[in-house]
Design a protein around this ligand. Structure first.
Ligand code: NAD
Length: 335
């Protein structure tokens, strides 16, 4: 099979955050030829090896000691692992930011650390809230000036489903509504603490600060009271601003809701996006894109994140810097 002339591979990439998504990211990259995981950080340490990290070694060390910093070969304990890793690993071409966005300004503060460091490369986040993506949009010029290509909202929703909506919109002369409904099944909430806290923050009576302040016991007690289920509707989700920025539909026509089952790996419902519009002939119709029920949240977040990282590295190498969303760039498949 022939392909367009493209990047020199393997690309050296890193993952910031080594919880549920960070560990899945390491496992996804292990068999890839085009990307090599060379750097990873968590809240207590980091590891860096230009020859590549072994996913199993990293996951074992994190599970037994709570940090990558304890790995004998190359691990470093640090209370400021992100700036330390940026300084230690200047040749990393791009990072997937699998970090909690708690508080709601955290990811923007990480982007500012990269800008201040002088590092040039590609950053990808899977942030969910509209107000969080808006903070990134405000950094657009600073990112461009710093020589950083930043891809925001590049997980599942926002991300894969937003991109599917952008593609489906092409059939229509006018878009009436984009409705996203997600079903997530995870066997154990503690594997994805940040994801679950950020979902709780959307529940009636909760916000980001309240969810962030909850202890693990508080979260467990809340989930006991709901039989492990979190049902959400009309969420503040950045799919809306991303589709508006891409010129597809006004943000008030985009709705996002779903159900998370924290006690069952099986999805409580099939994740889908419905795009309703009017064709040039005047017919109203709905396209539906449904994810396979067997695909996990981790597969649907980390796969697109690395697809956007590859697309971002291609843009970066062409001298295109600044901020892009999942609704404006097509992800590239990572082999
Ligand atoms: P997690 O709680 O399992 O892991 C977080 C990791 O970040 C941990 O390793 C922790 O040590 C590390 N960390 C925390 N503070 C740090 C710091 N200051 N420096 C370095 N590392 C730090 O998180 P998760 O459940 O994997 O979720 C990660 C993010 O992905 C969340 O923000 C979540 O909302 C997002 N997410 C997005 C989507 C989507 O579809 N867009 C879906 C699921 C999750």
């Amino acid at each position: 099979m022939s392909t367009l002339p493209t990047l020199t591979t393997p690309l050296s990439v890193g993952v910031l955050g080594f919880g549920g998504l960070g560990q899945a990211a390491a496992r996804i990259l292990a068999p890839k030829r085009e990307m090599r995981l060379v750097a990873a950080a968590d809240g207590k340490g980091y590891i860096h090896d230009p020859a590549g990290l072994d996913a199993d070694t990293c996951i074992r060390a994190y599970a037994s000691t709570g940090t990558l910093g304890t790995i004998a070969a190359g691990g470093v304990l640090s209370q400021q692992s992100i700036p330390d890793l940026i300084a230690a690993a200047p040749q990393v071409q791009g990072y997937f930011l699998a970090l909690p966005n708690l508080p709601n300004t955290f990811m923007a503060s990480v982007a500012q650390q990269f800008i201040a460091s002088g590092w040039k490369g590609v950053l990808v986040d899977a942030m969910k809230r509209t107000s969080a993506v808006e903070q990134m949009i405000a950094l657009r010029d600073d990112l461009a000036q710093a020589g950083i290509t930043y891809m925001t909202g590049c997980g599942a929703t926002p991300g894969l489903l937003t991109a599917a909506a952008a593609l489906a919109a092409q059939s229509y002369a006018e878009i009436h509504a984009v409705n996203i409904t997600f079903g997530v099944g995870i066997a154990n909430w503690e594997a994805y603490r940040a994801t679950i806290r950020e979902d709780i923050a959307h529940m009636p009576g909760y916000d980001v600060d309240r969810a962030r302040a909850m202890s693990d016991e508080d979260v467990a007690a809340l989930l006991d009271s709901t039989n492990g289920l979190i049902s959400l509707e009309n969420m503040e989700h950045a799919d809306d601003i991303m589709l508006e920025l891409a010129g597809i539909v006004d943000r008030d026509r985009v709705t996002v809701g779903g159900v998370v089952d924290t006690r069952n790996a099986k999805k409580p419902l099939s994740t889908n996006v419905q795009i309703t519009g009017r064709t040039f002939e005047g017919k109203t119709s709905t396209h539906t894109f449904t994810l396979g029920d067997e695909t996990s949240m981790a597969a649907n977040v980390c796969g697109p994140a690395f697809g956007y990282l590859k697309a971002g590295i291609e843009l970066h190498q062409r001298g295109i810097h600044g901020l892009f969303t999942a609704a404006e760039i097509m992800p590239k498949f990572v082999r």
